[in-house]
Design a protein around this ligand. Structure first.
Ligand code: C2E
Ligand code: MG
Ligand code: MG
Ligand code: MG
Length: 275
């Protein structure tokens, strides 16, 4: 193919490859530095009970602030960290930091739950279950206070391995959630086999500010499925009052979204949640 397009194309392609490799290399060393120099911190977004508007828990979301003050969104570095394996160390840090914060909150809000995002690399890492156990022991959090979120694509890409890992985690007593449900190639038969407790319905399902009849029909079906499998439902990405009202009516258990609460630094979240 390179031959047909002429030698010039090959050079351009090689240069592009070089640039990509360089970016990878740079990002890898920057992520390493970020870990060593505490450039990560966590924000938290409440999960709201739709029935009464109260805060049921929070999801920890990792943030990377570079020394120049620039924020890099997780979507821009988590995939690379998964590729180069640094997500293991980053994830271990997240687990610890989020666990400690949740334990502090629970002194005044004893029922507050904590959701933590876990990548595929972490899930299959042989020390992950021990890391979770160590976090629980170190913070005193009861396992039932913690839910680990795994994206649907992670779970479905190798369901048998995922089920084995999830079963080990489940044995610790923690909750398990399927994150971004509906974006992967969901196999409903596997969903039934997964030892999960919670289904987080991806925000793609409520794309319209004013939910359409079709939007509602699809979400109603997903909520019905979840209920049949005895899973809690969380709908992500509630951005408008119409969406909130519609999701409450559909009987979805929890909601998350900018219209309810934006992700915030822990100091801000505590005062607002108590109010
Ligand atoms: P996610 O787990 O599905 O997290 C929800 C994302 O949706 C967050 O983006 C949140 O800020 C955003 N969001 C919440 N409400 C709304 C809304 O109403 N509208 C819109 N447009 N967005 C909303 P964020 O923080 O950028 O995180 C993106 C993804 O990065 C997460 O998706 C998760 O997959 C990953 N991630 C975040 N923190 C961690 C972590 O500690 N570990 C791992 N492995 N992945 C993480
Ligand atoms: Mg999540
Ligand atoms: Mg999600
Ligand atoms: Mg999502």
């Amino acid at each position: 193919k390179a031959k047909k397009e002429g030698p010039g194309k090959v050079v351009v392609f090689a240069q592009q490859m070089h640039a990509e490799a360089l970016t990878r290399l740079t990002l890898t060393s920057e992520l390493q530095r970020a870990l060593e120099h505490d450039e990560f911190h966590l924000q938290y977004q409440p999960l709201i009970r739709l029935a009464d508007g109260t805060t049921a828990g929070v999801e920890a979301l990792v943030r990377w602030r570079r020394p120049d003050g620039r924020y890099v969104p997780p979507a821009d570095f988590v995939p690379m960290a998964e590729e180069n394996g640094l997500i293991i160390d980053i994830g271990r840090w997240v687990l610890r930091a989020a666990g400690e914060q949740a334990a502090r909150w629970r002194r005044t809000m004893p029922d507050l739950k904590l959701n933590i995002n876990v990548s595929g690399r972490q899930l299959t890492d042989s020390s992950f279950a021990a890391d979770v156990q160590r976090m629980l022991a170190g913070t005193g959090l009861p396992p039932t206070a913690v839910t680990l979120e795994l994206t649907e694509s992670v779970v479905m890409s190798d369901p048998d391995t995922a089920i084995a890992c999830l079963t080990d985690l489940k044995a610790l007593g923690v909750g398990l959630a399927v994150d971004d449900f509906g974006t992967g190639y969901s196999s409903l038969s596997y969903l039934q086999r997964l030892p999960v407790d919670e289904l987080k319905i991806d925000r793609a399902f409520i794309a319209h500010a004013e939910p359409t009849v079709e939007d509602l029909a699809v979400i109603r079906a997903v909520v019905g499925l979840a209920r049949a499998l005895r899973l809690r439902t969380v709908i992500e990405g509630i951005e408008t009052e119409s969406q909130l009202v519609a999701m409450r009516r559909l009987g979805c258990d929890f909601g998350q979204g900018f219209h309810l609460r934006r992700p915030a630094d822990p100091e801000l979240l505590l005062t607002a949640a108590a109010a």
